[in-house]
Design a protein around this ligand. Sequence first.
Ligand SMILES: [Zn+2]
Length: 390
Amino acid sequence: MSVFHRLIGQEKVVALLKQSSLNKRSGVESGHAWLFTGPPGSGRTIAARAFAASLVCTGEEPGCGTCTECQQVMNETHADVEYVRTDGVSIAIEDVRDVVSRAYIRPSSAQYRIIIIEDADRMPERTTNVLLKAIEEPPQSTIWILCTPSTEDVLPTIYSRCRHVQLGVPSTEDVSRHLIDSFQIDADHAHVVARVSNNHIGRARGLAGDKFAWDYRQKILRASFAVHNICDAVFMSSFIMNSLKDAENADRMNSLGAEKNEGSDEEKLIDFKRSLGIGEGERVPAVLRKQVKDFEEELKRKATRRIRDALERIMLDMIALYRDVIFVHMSLGDGLINVDFDEDIHRISTFIPADEALRRIDIIFDARERLARNCAPQLVMEAMWAQLCV
Ligand SMILES: [Zn+2]
């Protein structure tokens, strides 16, 4: 099966990427720096990986999916295709420096060395500048692929040096069909999941494939119709914060699935110490203290990002809810995102007019901004829910 089969509803992009790979094969220059943009869930990273596979593919048709190269890229084990990604809030400057220095090394087996920067929007300006020169005057055999939600997320100096590929939002029908094929769920449920995910493929896959994620979303939305006073607001935020303390819950909320998590942070720390020869409960020798401290900090950073992403997920669901209220007022009832809460949305629309729904969306945006500014999540949640009483 072609490496492009996981790109749902992006026929034009697939055609362009296949053609570019063919051009490269026949020596036609088709760009050494690419910028893949598209809203969350449109499949930016999947597209970048598939394109990388088709560039190094040795099969008859680029991106055949069956040759060793294609398979290695798709399993992320190909030596000449590397990723810059972060579990933290932003991409570290050292990581970009490292990858820039490797960009000047010739590929080991393929014709190209391909570097994919996922979430390039998480690169602070100073970090981006490190990258600029490598993109401006790239070594012949290196190809950069940057992924961001939109072109505004990278500096104009980067944008102007990249070939731009814009991914669109796949249709509900495309997403439903994909869910039915992948999870063998019935057509009605697949349609509901596609709608409530707002056609976000990753979110849809998470909700269709993991009952916890589905139940948790329902729990949050159901509870949000029952927050009547400050007491309820405090209870609600405590419930959310407590449930996200569990790393597995937070990962599943982020649609990463439980399998991505390899145990609690305490267990990871014990494993790490063991790998350094330090038994459980033993004192850390002075010479290893820095390594252990760095590892602990890394775990803390990941936990912060995990919780922040999960809260972001909840807030996006809340925004969709009030967007639906506005839709009801505009008599566009059949365009609801949260089709499974149709009745509740119509009920609260009787006492939440459109301008009030809009004000509530602003409140949620404010909360997102405060989280991005590193305010304490529990307090941000409490303040937000207190203003969203119904
Ligand atoms: Zn291949």
